[in-house]
Structures are given as structure tokens and as C-alpha cells.
Design a protein around this ligand. Structure first.
Ligand code: GLN
Length: 193
């Protein structure tokens, strides 16, 4: 989704994996895609554009049958409940997020993730995975169907519900492509079904 935020960085991560991509600015461009990434940025601004460009419902429809991955602001858009302040969202993952919820000192930081065994990071699974947090939200609560795939300081930062993947950090801002590869494998699996 290329209407706001760091979509260029995501495209570079996909390019490093040799995964073809397209920048989506309008609903018709969703057609034929195997998956969709909602980048980090500013969720309030992004939400405004999604409504103005009439993308809100088309994304929800796309998400009914295809994988969607949201990072930071993208994860906020995917939540079904947003606090601080409360705002509309796509309701793709049953979780409650609180925006800008790390204290001032932690507002932007790099932390090491604790992945769950279920998060298949491929052959380099043993290598530490860094989480770049930039004015990140905190995941306060997740629904019963939501699996936590990684945490920092005991808090969930990467979660999955079916074909929806949401992270409060920015894997696109490191050279490590393992989280993108995980998502691309979700897209491959789902298009093979
Ligand atoms: N603070 C932003 C928001 O609330 C998210 C920041 C980000 O995407 N890095 O929308």
C-alpha cells in the first residue's frame, strides 16, 4: 500500500528477496496480488487517505481471501480496537492497540526479539532478530484466535490471526529479510491452496 508511510523500504525488502511487487494507490491495483503490506507511517493520516481514496472496503474484501501484513501504523490499521485516542480501523485482527504507548525513553529503540518456535525464520533461525520501534503502539490484548509470534520485554510485538500478520516494529528498516520472507511464504502457501 503506497499512499503513506515507508512503503519504499518494504519494496526494497521484497526486492532483496526477489519477490515481485506493485505499489497500490487505488483499489483496482489490488487485483491479482498474492498479498498486501500496510507500511508504517502515521495511522491517522493513512486512515484519512484510505477513506478518501475509497480503499477501506476494498482492503477488507481483499483481506478476506489474501494475506495482509501490517507494520507499526499498518498494524494499528489492522487492529479491531485502537486507543490513545480511539480511531477507526480495518478490524482485521482481534487485538487492542494503544498508540505511542512506549515511554519517552523507549519511544524509538532497537530491541532484540524473542521469537516463538512457531515463527519459522528459516535456516538462519538462530540469529538474533532486531526490532526497530518508532513511536510504536503496544499490543494490550489479543483475541483467542491470535497467535503471538514474537515478544520484546514479554510484550507481543508480532502476531498472526489466520492470514493476517501484524508487527509493531519495522522489519523493513533492517537488512534482515526473515520476517518478510515469513510473510511471503504465507502468501505462497495461501495462493497454492
Ligand atoms: N505513531 C504512529 C501512529 O500512531 C505509528 C508510528 C510508526 O508507524 N512508526 O500511527
Amino acid at each position: 500500500m503506497a499512499i503513506q508511510g515507508d512503503f519504499q523500504a518494504h519494496s526494497q525488502a521484497l526486492a532483496r528477496l526477489d519477490v515481485p511487487f506493485r505499489f497500490v494507490k487505488k483499489a483496482s491495483e489490488l487485483s491479482g496480488l498474492a498479498g498486501l503490506i500496510l507500511p508504517g507511517g502515521e495511522s491517522t493520516t493513512c486512515l484519512k487517505f484510505l477513506v478518501e481514496e475509497e480503499l477501506f472496503e476494498p482492503i477488507r474484501e481483499f483481506a478476506a481471501g489474501h494475506p495482509v501484513f501490517g507494520t507499526c501504523a499498518g498494524a494499528i490499521l489492522m487492529a479491531d480496537k485502537v486507543e490513545n485516542p480511539s480511531q477507526a480501523s480495518l478490524g482485521l485482527v482481534r487485538m487492542t492497540l494503544r498508540r505511542n504507548a512506549y515511554g519517552r525513553q523507549l519511544a524509538s529503540s532497537i530491541r532484540i526479539l524473542d521469537p516463538e518456535p512457531e515463527l519459522d525464520l528459516g535456516p538462519e533461525a538462530g540469529r538474533a532478530l532486531e526490532a526497530v520501534l518508532i513511536r510504536a503502539p503496544v499490543i494490550l490484548e489479543v483475541g483467542p484466535q491470535v497467535r503471538v509470534l514474537a515478544r520484546t520485554d514479554g510484550r507481543p510485538v508480532l502476531v498472526r490471526e489466520g492470514l493476517r500478520l501484524a508487527g509493531t516494529f519495522h522489519p523493513e528498516l533492517t537488512s534482515d529479510t526473515r520476517v518478510h520472507r515469513y510473510f511471503c511464504n504465507m502468501a505462497l502457501d495461501s495462493s497454492a491452496e
